[in-house]
Design a protein around this ligand. Structure first.
Ligand code: COI
Length: 355
């Protein structure tokens, strides 16, 4: 159990007004959680302090070799003012999987969850309540040793910042267009694809710019070896409804194990759908789009929630999914999962954590 010192700001900021368009990740709250790690001493000095700039040496290792990890979570508020988290234990566990891969010291999972809970409690008034909004939570760890050798750092900072946010995509719940990338790759088995770390996202930018220039919002990655099998979108995992079955790429070491992905799989099984986690080739997908058996496509992620995909582009072909609108199952999943998160529907899985 952490002993967290709390120092409140003397100059609180103006909170966004109800109805104000928030976008994603632009506004930050008054406080942040900070904790240091020093080799030999472990994690220490847990504190909640005013949100402010941090001072680091230009030689800090994170700037040079990218030794860092992050998580993405959300806090929600219902009409009565109760605040909730969604499956924070899953993020704490995944954080340590990323830490292990990046030689960052583990954080006891109960300490991770306690830190998130405490800082969100301090910032409870910042949780927005307009439909579709939440308080996005960004825990991250950076390597801070002042050293240019390539080696694991001996000191780190664990920080949690909070951002009242709306939909991740500017289009909201309107279906997005996805570009299936056949030139660049995101990750390979044995690499860092399953870890939540900046390098994976930096590696995605080149293709993302290409996709944007072509009029598409996001990139759907193929596997890095055969360039044949569907992997993920980077900001979200991907699901297909083919002939009534729910199909998603199986976790293979190069795909991020999304918390929303895991939740959607459980909900679909609970609703009686046949669910397949397996390899799915781009050829199979294109054939399903051609013969009409590709009924729905949607992405899942903490930031993206459940995002309908209206069109897919592969090589020179653009395929429209259904009539290009949000699919029936996609809408039902969005309503049910956000219903649990916002405290609007019963939670048969015990995923909602009341603060
Ligand atoms: C999240 O969904 O929380 C993520 O971290 C994805 C990020 C690209 C916004």
């Amino acid at each position: 159990m952490l002993d967290i010192r709390i120092e409140k700001t003397a100059t609180p900021k103006q909170k966004p007004a109800p109805g104000e368009k928030l976008g994603f990740g632009h506004v930050f709250t008054d406080h942040m959680f900070v904790m240091n790690y020093t080799e030999g001493k472990g994690w220490h000095d847990a504190r909640i302090v005013p949100f402010e700039r941090i001072s680091l040496s230009p030689a800090a290792m994170v700037f040079h070799y990218g030794q860092e990890m992050f998580e993405g979570m959300k806090a929600y508020k219902d009409e009565k003012g109760n605040a909730y988290l969604f499956r924070p234990d899953m993020n704490a566990k995944r954080a340590n999987d990323s830490n292990d891969r990046l030689c960052i010291p583990r954080i006891p999972e109960e300490d991770f969850v306690q830190a998130v809970e405490e800082v969100v409690k301090v910032e409870k008034d910042w949780i927005p309540t307009d439909p579709g909004t939440s308080l996005y939570i960004r825990p991250f760890i950076i390597a801070t040793d002042e050293f240019l050798g390539v080696a694991p750092s001996k000191t780190y900072l664990f920080i949690i910042i909070l951002s009242p946010s709306g939909a991740y995509y500017a289009s909201g719940l309107a279906p997005v267009g996805i570009w299936i990338e056949d030139e660049y790759v995101r990750a390979v088995k044995g690499g860092i694809g399953y870890a939540k770390t900046g390098g994976n996202y930096a590696a995605s930018l080149k293709a993302q710019v290409k996709a944007h220039d072509g009029g598409f919002s996001q990139v759907l990655w193929l596997d890095g070896v055969e360039r044949k099998y569907i992997e993920e979108v980077g900001a979200m995992n991907i699901f297909f409804k083919i002939n009534g079955k729910i199909v998603t790429p199986m976790l293979n070491g190069s795909i991020l194990p999304g918390v929303t992905r895991n939740s959607v799989l459980q909900v679909c099984r609970h609703w009686g759908y046949e669910v397949e986690e397996r390899r799915i080739s781009v050829d199979e997908l294109v054939a399903a789009a051609h013969d009409g058996s590709l009924e729905e496509v949607f992405g899942t992620g903490t930031a993206a929630v459940i995002s309908p995909v209206g069109k897919l582009r592969f090589k020179d072909e653009v395929m429209t999914i259904g009539n290009g609108d949000i699919g029936t199952l996609t809408q039902k999943l969005y309503d049910f999962i956000t219903g649990i998160q916002w405290g609007k529907v019963e939670d048969p899985f015990g995923w909602r954590v009341t603060l």
